[in-house]
Design a binder for this molecule. Structure first.
Ligand code: SAJ
Length: 417
């Protein structure tokens, strides 16, 4: 069988490689010429565990090839981004473009799957009509389904195979046909349902996490008000068999949790009060962190601050929607501070400001603010901090293991300054 994957990013590229390694002939489509050339030379343009080796192998074996336009295939998989507009509504333009780009190559009996995250009813109200405009009956001629991706960056190749998949068909038969495609590569369960149910299930997964993290972040603020250690409270509460409070932090970033809840709000504004409040709480965290930094450095005339970590989470190079960047920029706007940014995973081209080396960042610094739980920060030592003026760390990710009498480590949610 032949699969054509549209969009060769964090989801499309690993998905292509997995199908290719399972024996499918895979054509990957991307509008970016550099991406296409890089892949065809056996290389990759993103950071993901194990992916470079896998792509290199399937390209060499001739099972996977990238190109700028689609061609005829048995299965089409759309894995393009769905960003958000300034007014917090979903921008589904890429999904629309991708659907239109495959439509001329469709034949009766083809399976068309959208993996991109989409607002509820998009399959029925937007994708199906485009297919109809191209002369196919979306309920009989082709099998349309939404199969949301659910993989965690850093574990994509494992989770693509092991996670349960939800396949929502525009018809019952479409769900079955699309589910059979995934059964060829997935070890986990593949569950068939309607398109709108799959759309909503995906959005609720990320919304659940966002709301739960908001609860933890609210606890941080409460803990600071009443003088209790938020992390200790969470640890003990989570000993209860039915409680699982998530971890507080400097805010929620990335292109999923910080975005997907708005896709629900857009369709049911009145009814989604809790979801909107959770978004507000998580969005308030960068400013809250800056306020704590101001408290910690109130006595100093010209505080030198080393920001450690700019990505939206640890051990990745992804800076999209990163609260760390917001914190860095807010600190820079304050003339009292001399701020340096350091991140061992981020390249200078990824951010619109200069990056420091670790030594430059620490030289004469009064405070290190840890904003990402990179492994490098978990294992920080007192010796590494030697160039600092005062060895003080503000650990917003509760990840620094350093225990040394020369170093003061403040945790978010437990400040006694
Ligand atoms: N975060 C916290 N506290 C926590 C967990 C996370 O503050 O306890 C923060 C992280 O630091 C980060 C953000 O939340 O800024 C999101 O990180 P994440 O690791 O929870 O998730 P993502 O965005 O990398 O991936 C999520 C995953 N969804 C779920 O776990 C329900 C993944 O499975 C999805 O495939 C992905 O979104 C997606 O593409 O939708």
């Amino acid at each position: 069988k032949k699969v054509c994957v549209v969009g060769l990013g964090y989801i499309g590229l690993p998905t292509s490689a997995i199908f290719a390694s399972a024996g499918f002939d895979v054509i990957g489509v991307d509008v970016n010429e550099t991406v296409v050339a890089t892949i065809n030379s056996g290389d990759i343009h993103i950071e993901e565990t194990g992916l470079a080796e896998l792509v290199n192998r399937v390209v060499k074996e001739g099972k996977f090839r990238a190109q700028l336009a689609p061609e005829e295939a048995d299965v089409f998989i759309i894995a393009v981004p769905t960003p958000i507009h300034d007014d917090y509504t979903a921008n589904i333009d890429y999904v629309i473009e991708a659907t239109k780009s495959v439509a001329p190559y469709l034949r009766k009996g083809n399976v068309v799957i959208v993996e991109s995250t989409i607002p509820p009813r998009t399959m029925d109200d937007v994708v199906a009509p485009i297919i109809r405009e191209h002369g196919f009956d979306p309920e009989r001629d082709v099998y349309l389904a939404h199969c949301p991706e659910r993989v965690l960056p850093g574990r994509i190749l494992i989770e693509l195979v092991e996670n349960t998949r939800i396949v929502g068909g525009v018809t019952k038969e479409a769900a079955k046909q699309a589910a059979d495609v995934y059964r060829a590569i997935v070890k986990g369960e593949v569950i068939e349902t309607e398109a709108v149910t799959a759309e909503m299930a995906k959005l609720m997964e990320n919304t659940f996490r966002d709301v739960n993290i908001a609860l933890a972040n609210e606890l941080v603020k409460i803990a600071q008000r009443i003088g209790v250690n938020a992390h200790k409270v969470i640890e003990l509460a989570n000993k209860h068999p039915r409680v699982n409070i998530h971890l507080p932090g400097p805010g929620v970033g990335g292109h999923c949790l910080a975005v997907d809840p708005y896709f629900i709000v857009e369709k049911a504004k009145e009814e989604s009060q809790l979801i909107q409040t959770a978004r507000r709480i998580n969005n308030s965290m960068p400013h809250f962190v800056v306020e704590q930094i101001k408290r910690m450095t109130a006595e100093l005339e010209a505080p030198v601050i080393a920001v450690f970590g700019l990505t939206y989470k640890g051990n990745t190079d992804d800076v999209r929607e990163s609260p760390a960047i917001e914190i860095y920029e807010e600190l820079c706007r304050n003339e009292r501070f001399d701020v340096r940014a350091y991140d061992p995973h981020v390249k200078p081209s990824q951010v619109p400001f200069p990056l420091a080396t670790k030594e430059e960042a620490l030289d004469g610094a009064h405070l290190v603010v840890v904003l990402a739980d990179h492994n490098e920060f978990k294992t920080l030592t007192a010796e590494e901090l030697a160039p600092m003026k005062t060895k003080v760390i503000f650990d917003t990710k509760h990840c620094v293991r350093l225990d040394d009498e020369d170093v003061t480590v403040y945790q978010i949610g437990h400040l006694s300054v």
